[in-house]
Design a protein around this ligand. Sequence first.
Ligand code: 13P
Length: 286
Amino acid sequence: MLLTGTEGLKALTTAYENGHALPGFVAYNLETVQAIVAAAEATPGSAVLLQAGSSPFKHAGREPLMRLALDAAAHSSAPLGVHLDHSRDLEEITACLKAGYTSVMVDGSHLPFAENIALTREAVRRARDHGAWVEAELGALAGDEDISTNANASTTAMTDPSQAAEFVAETNVDALAVAVGNVHGFTTTPVHLDLARLASIYSAVPIPLVLHGASGLPEQQLLGALSRGVAKVNVNAELRRAYLQAVNTQLPTALPGSDAVSIWSAGRDAVTEAATRIITQLTPRS
Ligand code: 13P
């Protein structure tokens, strides 16, 4: 089922209060949308965010990917939110809100503080008209959203806790993505989150925090983040890698018969498996 904005925000708040997190999985195409939905169905009780766009719109086209994700969520037995990830564009945000997205991320992290506030405020105003919730970002992550570039965490503009408090009060945003040493994509040396900074942000800010760049993060770091206010965790590269490795394995068998279906199926199954494992990691163990 496709969550409403109110239901999605309730799931996020419940996760926040219980020290667990909703996964935000990035989808690019039919197979990755189906895999994320299948993983949500394999883990009953966990709400999952299907992040369709903004960057994947460059590959799939906005309208087709938007429709695909909303339709897959609506026809699933699992609770799914459809979320717009990293959008800098109010026109794009409005289009997704009108189509029925549960939530949007407005990314003003590249802007000066006052401009980030202004952009975020406007996104919040538009989202409220559609009953959706909003994630914003303060501080800026290193790395690329679609390719692992072995980004260097030292180039991250870290989130300042007191600025974060001011930002949230000024914008009335529902969730805040933070930069605490996390990077997009895989890195050759393990990432070390600044958990002390994260704890300060958690104390200063009264809303759920979001951790981008969770692919390849050591489990102890992830658990440390969950106990410091992180209630949404974004994963993309781990799913891309699972897809590509499965395709690589299947290719020699598929190539002689031009058997593309077996390639797409292998990729989809691998993404389902990876996403299921991550959902389980983010859900509290009793
Ligand atoms: P990774 O690049 O670490 O998979 O993170 C994805 C992400 O943060 C999407 O917004």
